[in-house]
Design a protein around this ligand. Structure first.
Ligand code: NAG
Ligand code: NAG
Ligand code: NAG
Ligand code: NAG
Ligand code: NAG
Ligand code: NAG
Length: 660
């Protein structure tokens, strides 16, 4: 297949393909491309398992002591406090929203709700970014636009524009925002949206106007430009486009928004979302960006993927294809996590100075879909925790794990393909466990701070972090990246605390049979299930290991298998210790017209639809499902929290076409 054809097929501009081929430029972004045609099994269900990496020649120190201060006051270099919302959120490419969130606001995917409820239960809140490259060309269209599949809130048309560059016009309807609205009515979930940036003369601000109106405070921020440093390569700006041009465009945007009274909040912009491949954030800071615009900004964003798998996924150019087996070593060495995050220390300090959150707005194991055997195995879960904690200790406030369709390896969650759609056939990827656990690591107190303990820095195989909450030692995170079934590389870590250890500590383990294991990943004994087995709820009994400490010698000895991750709780009363499946569940209890349907609180939806109600009624074409809410089906269902009481309207399970 020639490149041009491939580019057409993948719905990506020819310019991107050229970059991949000739420049071998690691793409800092991902798209919902068609999968590489030779693969028969869709990437999200790929079952290739890699060999475990060889054990280090020099034996690691497997029994060591970590001396911990009890009081945060004496620890220098602790991060800023991590406030609510977990640490990891999710970045959902617009082209897969119908697949992931649901087709429209009457067909919201139950497993998605369950997964988000699990994060919110632990962190108090969860953050989701809708956007990506597709946001740049987004156009609001009517719900009955004939170019859309019936009932869908999103669609895409390829429209040839200048020269060889294909411009995918992406269409969304207000249903997309109503879907977000309804999700936020059910779960404490906040949104980030993107402002289309392809045209900096004729700004399309509908997503800002309606986003603010429909989502109100559940809309946290609006991204002004996605990876502007790639604009020239992607044919979105003429050659010669610089960070100063970007600076001017953001200024123009601010000026255009200023007199618009349909935009009540004008100070929630997010920038610069540089990919770090062409410009660094500093390239933008040098223009005076923060001085000029900080009052208009919600937060500072960057995007980065440590590797890309573009050659294997899209061009097939043999010479450029990376062997996942070799790359695997990268993900099991803590020194690489440090090197990955240290370039952002400077921007982290700037963010603190201007009192803005610093967010890694799009990331995952590797761009262009990730690597088979890495992105979908246990290593991604444990690496995700090291990477997440490294970002957290470097003062990032959040990081968004990117979600694609069935044609990628790295998804935290994947909806099943249409033809076999069922609510319990989702796939929860290993990196979702990283997000779940990070939410427990920091909890809900808004006071948790962390620091890399620099354990055994020589080897990079056994890092450790301490977490202080309310100014006291609260948890320790221990890693063992080695994979050795003999037990010879299991760790025995002696934790000692200045001022004395408690009588016992409690430990939650993230476990799998080996570092490259694809199946049976468990967190504190529970699992979401293997490929195509998930409905977003944790299964099994919670298993917390109580470890008695030797108070006389001030030691708690914690075991960490090879491989393994252990979260050690010093505080018996820690809420995160007892959290398992979220109390708020979205059970699938009824069946309607071939779709699984779910329970949700009708009353909550009726009463909290405030922001969107008026607009919705004007748009008769988009409100059919909403009106149908009166037609209640099913039986009464009481959630643990009493939150979800009535079987009300119908939340269906819908799986759209792949995002191409
Ligand atoms: C997994 O993906 C790799 C790379 O695309 C491919 O070579 C392999 O055949 C796939 N394996 C399965 C079982 O799908
Ligand atoms: C949502 O999708 C369903 C199923 O296709 C359709 O019947 C309904 O009209 C759609 N709702 C809206 C508001 O588009
Ligand atoms: C930007 O995208 C919109 C929607 O796809 C399109 O109508 C418009 O012509 C584009 N503008 C430029 C300058 O490319
Ligand atoms: C994070 O911020 C804290 C508080 O300002 C500071 O002490 C620490 O050095 C910062 N961490 C990094 C890696 O810059
Ligand atoms: C933590 O911060 C969030 C977001 O600002 C807030 O909603 C929540 O009430 C705070 N929790 C506590 C315990 O202060
Ligand atoms: C609980 O987890 C520990 C540590 O992995 C394990 O040894 C034990 O067998 C588990 N207990 C149950 C009941 O699964």
């Amino acid at each position: 297949m020639n490149l041009r054809a491939l580019a057409l097929l993948s719905g990506v501009s020819y310019a991107i393909a050229q970059v991949t081929v000739y420049g071998e430029l690691p793409l800092g972004q991902t798209q919902s491309f068609a999968e590489w045609q030779t693969t028969t099994v869709r990437a999200a269900y790929n079952s290739t398992q890699l060999q475990v990496p060889a054990l280090p020649v020099e034996a690691i120190t497997n029994a060591f002591t970590m001396q911990l201060a009890k009081d945060a006051a004496v620890v220098s270099g602790l991060s800023i406090p991590h406030v609510g919302a977990g640490f990891f959120g999710f970045s959902i490419e617009m082209s897969v929203i119908n697949q992931v969130l649901g087709k429209n606001s009457s067909f919201i995917n139950v497993p998605f709700l369950n997964l988000m409820a699990n994060i919110a239960e632990r962190a108090g809140q969860v953050v989701v970014r809708l956007g990506g490259n597709t946001q740049e060309y987004a156009v609001l269209v009517d719900g009955d636009d004939p170019r859309l599949e019936v009932g869908h809130s999103y669609g895409k048309v390829e429209s040839a524009s200048t020269g060889t560059t294909l411009t995918p016009a992406t269409m969304f309807t207000l249903e997309m925002l109503y879907t977000c609205r309804k999700i936020s009515d059910m779960i404490d979930l906040k949104w980030f949206l993107g402002i289309p940036f392809n045209d900096s003369v004729d700004w399309r601000l509908a997503i800002v106007e309606y986003g603010e109106e429909i989502l109100g405070d559940d809309l946290l921020g609006l991204q002004a430009g996605n990876e502007p440093d790639f604009y020239v390569q992607f044919g979105r700006r003429a050659p010669g486009y610089t960070a100063y041009d970007y600076f001017n465009e953001v200024g123009d945007l601010i000026n255009v928004m200023a007199p618009n009274d349909r935009i009540p909040r004008k100070n929630i912009l997010i920038a610069p979302s540089t990919s770090g491949k062409v410009w660094q954030a500093e390239t933008v800071w040098e223009t005076g960006f923060l001085d000029a615009y900080q009052d208009h900004m919600y937060g500072i964003t960057v995007e980065y993927y440590p590797w890309d798998n573009c050659a294997a996924m899209y061009t097939g150019i043999e010479a450029n294809i990376r062997d996942p087996q070799e790359i695997l070593n990268y993900y099991v060495d803590h020194n690489n996590a440090i090197a990955l995050v240290s370039p952002y220390h400077n921007t982290g300090n700037l963010a603190i100075q201007v009192r803005k959150p610093l967010m890694m707005f799009e990331t995952n194991t590797a761009s262009c879909g990730g690597f088979p055997g890495i992105s979908n195995s246990y290593v991604a879960a444990i690496w995700g925790l090291d990477y997440g904690l490294q970002m957290a200790q470097s003062n990032f406030t959040h990081a968004m794990i990117h979600v694609g369709g069935q044609n990628v390896f790295y998804n935290p969650f994947t909806a099943p393909p249409t033809e076999e759609a069922a609510f319990n056939q989702w796939t929860v990827g290993p990196i979702f466990y990283s997000a779940l656990i990070m939410a427990e690591v920091f909890g809900k107190s808004n006071t948790s701070r962390t620091i890399d303990l620099q354990a055994n820095m020589g080897s990079g195989s056994t890092p450790a972090y301490a977490i202080y909450e309310n100014d006291q030692i609260s948890k320790v995170a221990l890693f063992n990246f080695l994979s050795d079934p003999t037990g010879a590389n299991d760790l025995s870590v002696a934790l000692t605390v200045d001022g004395g250890v408690p009588a016992s500590v409690n430990v939650k383990y993230l476990l799998a049979a080996s570092i490259t294991e694809l199946n049976d990943i468990t967190w504190a004994g529970q699992t979401f299930g293997n490929s195509k087995q998930a409905d977003g709820r944790l299964r099994g009994d919670l298993n917390v290991t109580n470890v008695p400490c030797d108070q006389a010698s001030n030691i708690c000895r914690v075991y960490v298998p090879a491989p393994g991750f252990a979260l050690v709780f010093f505080n018996d009363g820690d809420e995160a210790l007892r959290v398992s499946q979220a109390s708020q569940t979205f059970a699938t209890t009824a069946w309607l017209k071939g779709h699984n349907t779910a329970t949700f609180d009708l009353q909550a939806i009726q009463t909290s639809n405030g922001h969107g109600g008026a607009q919705r009624d004007d748009k008769s074409g988009t409100s059919v499902g909403f009106r149908k809410k009166g037609a209640a089906v099913g039986a009464r269902k009481l959630g643990w929290g009493g939150m979800l009481a009535l079987v009300g309207g119908v939340v269906g399970v819908w799986f759209g076409m792949d995002g191409i």
